[in-house]
Design a protein around this ligand. Structure first.
Ligand code: NAD
Length: 501
């Protein structure tokens, strides 16, 4: 699709026409009550792509009213699971029919690689819907073995109106990680996409309507965190908040939920994941995987393994090959199929990453590769690798959320475990070894919600995902995610017709 323009490749032909920029409430695209709007920015250029309606408290109130009405009186929570599944399957088919446009929206909004969006992110969200559609008619309670002559059983009922607050790094994936299981459970919902990436979420709202999702079941309200987001977490008529984002904001969401109607919250938060490379591995493979584990999606990944621990016997060879790998890595326009890394999502994130690189240098770490911004416009940063990093340095402790890797040397298994666990976070960890003993010992000793052995980013819709420690609690993906949108009701009756037992 690229054009040749003055001898240069021009990928602007891929730019989608932006069709949906208003709030989606009760099945309609509407302006915000205040008439307020905000610009969504193309990180390739720093220029505005579209003007989007800005939702705030009064818009959240309208969306909650619609979702409440749809839950309390509408068909969605009352229809059979297989009827919900039929609509969800249709929704998934419509996503498949619009893959290119959706991938292009995430590309211009978030700087994500168009090729990855087309091949991975968007097809996977359609499959996520299909996975939970398959579960919608298999929601069972249990028959209880009571200790007295009572007949008891449990029902699993939808929790009600859910508020989903999501980040910008995987706009489509995050949307459906939340929306698909909540739909299957029979909930109604309000989704607040991140202010950086509202475009695909609004397109999904349009497709939901086309698929036959009843009005009020999915409401999408773009807006800012302290206004629209806070209005969700403090709302008295929302029954659950499902949040993915930073640990700092997660804490605020939990406080607001506690201070309002004590709604349950699930938190998927930040990380600073360790990747432990033992000396029995093939070094070339380890270098490929370690590099990918940090730099994939320009390092804007909650599970990014930005702390790479390498056992001392292979350390020198590993570092030499890692530097070569970084030098061959192409950063540029995410529409260009030969590019491996696009721009950071926005100016704020770009500046935060560059400031951490400066901190790393000042703290005395050695810059092995990268360290600089690229291009005169847009938010591009070279893949950056530090060596001689101490565990107490800010670059080894804080979540940078950018293409910045710290490489450290270790001697023993115990040391690797201790240093891997030396973080307030506990989202993910990677282990590379040929030894089953080492893999078993280390995987059971690391305190993280997911452990990848001889692989990384091995996500699957059937595999629960979430954090330990300050990376949050409850799980996305798998049937665990379905259960977080259900609540258990116990029903008891006497067997012998006597009410007083
Ligand atoms: P963020 O916490 O700044 O924002 C996340 C969402 O919360 C956005 O929609 C934002 O508008 C909203 N928000 C901000 N302030 C709010 C408030 N006071 N009340 C309610 N909502 C508010 O995070 P981000 O910068 O968008 O995303 C990056 C962070 O997300 C990183 O820390 C990353 O690790 C984390 N993340 C975690 C996972 C996971 O599954 N654990 C996945 C992706 C990203």
């Amino acid at each position: 699709m690229a054009n040749h323009c003055n001898g240069k490749l021009d990928y602007s032909m891929k730019l989608p026409t932006i069709k949906f920029t208003k709030l989606f409430i009760n099945g309609e695209f509407v302006d915000s009550v205040s008439g307020g709007t905000f610009e969504t920015i193309d990180p390739r250029t720093g220029e505005a792509i579209a003007i989007v309606a800005e939702g705030a408290k009064e818009d959240i109130d309208l969306a909650v009213k619609a979702a409440r009405q749809a839950f309390d009186h509408g068909p969605w929570s009352r229809m059979s699971g297989s009827e919900r599944a039929t609509i969800m399957m249709k929704f998934a088919d419509l996503i498949d029919e619009n893959i290119e446009e959706l991938a292009a929206l995430d590309c211009v909004d978030a700087g994500k690689l168009f090729s990855m969006g087309k091949a991975v992110d968007i097809p996977q969200v359609a499959n996520c819907l299909r996975y939970y559609a398959g579960a919608a008619d298999k929601i069972h309670g249990e028959v209880l073995k009571m200790s007295r002559p009572l007949f008891g059983y449990t029902l699993r009922e939808p929790i009600g109106v859910v508020g989903h607050i999501i980040p910008w790094n995987f706009p489509s994936t995050m949307f459906f990680m939340k929306v698909a299981p909540a739909m299957a459970a029979g909930c109604t919902m309000i989704v607040k996409p991140a202010e950086q990436t509202p475009l695909s979420a609004l397109f999904y709202a349009h497709l939901a309507k086309q698929a036959g999702v009843p009005d009020g079941v999915i409401n999408v309200v773009p807006g800012f965190g302290p206004t629209a987001g806070a209005a969700i977490s403090s709302h008295m008529d929302i029954d659950k908040v499902s949040f993915t984002g930073s640990t700092e904001v997660g804490r605020k969401v939990m406080q607001a939920a506690a201070a309002s109607n004590l709604k349950p919250v699930s938190l998927e938060l930040g990380g600073k994941s360790p990747f432990l490379v033992f000396d029995d591995v093939d070094v070339d493979t380890a270098v490929e995987l370690a590099f990918f584990s940090t730099i994939y999606n320009k390092g804007e990944v909650c599970v990014a393994a930005s702390r790479i621990f390498v056992q001392e016997d292979i350390y020198d060879e590993f570092v030499k090959k890692l530097a070569e790998k970084a030098k061959g890595w192409k950063v540029g326009d995410p529409f260009d199929p030969t590019v491996s890394q696009g721009p950071q999502v926005d100016k704020q994130q770009f500046e935060k990453i560059l400031s951490y690189i400066e901190i790393g240098k000042k703290e005395g770490a050695t810059l092995l590769t990268g360290g600089k911004a690229l291009n005169s416009k847009g938010y591009y940063i070279e893949p950056t690798i530090f060596i001689n990093v101490r565990d107490d340095m800010a670059i080894a402790r804080d979540e940078i959320f950018g293409p910045v890797m710290s490489v450290m040397k270790f001697k023993t298994i115990d040391e690797a475990i201790r240093r891997g666990n030396d973080t307030k976070y506990g989202l993910a960890a990677g282990i590379m070894t040929k030894s089953l003993d080492v893999a078993n010992t280390v995987s059971r000793s690391l305190r993280a919600g997911v452990i990848w052995i001889n692989c990384y980013f091995a996500f699957d819709k059937d595999c629960p995902f979430g954090g330990f420690k300050m990376s949050g609690f409850e799980r996305d993906n798998g049937l665990e995610a379905l259960h977080k949108y259900l609540q258990v009701k116990s029903v008891v009756t006497p067997i012998h017709n006597s009410p007083w037992l």
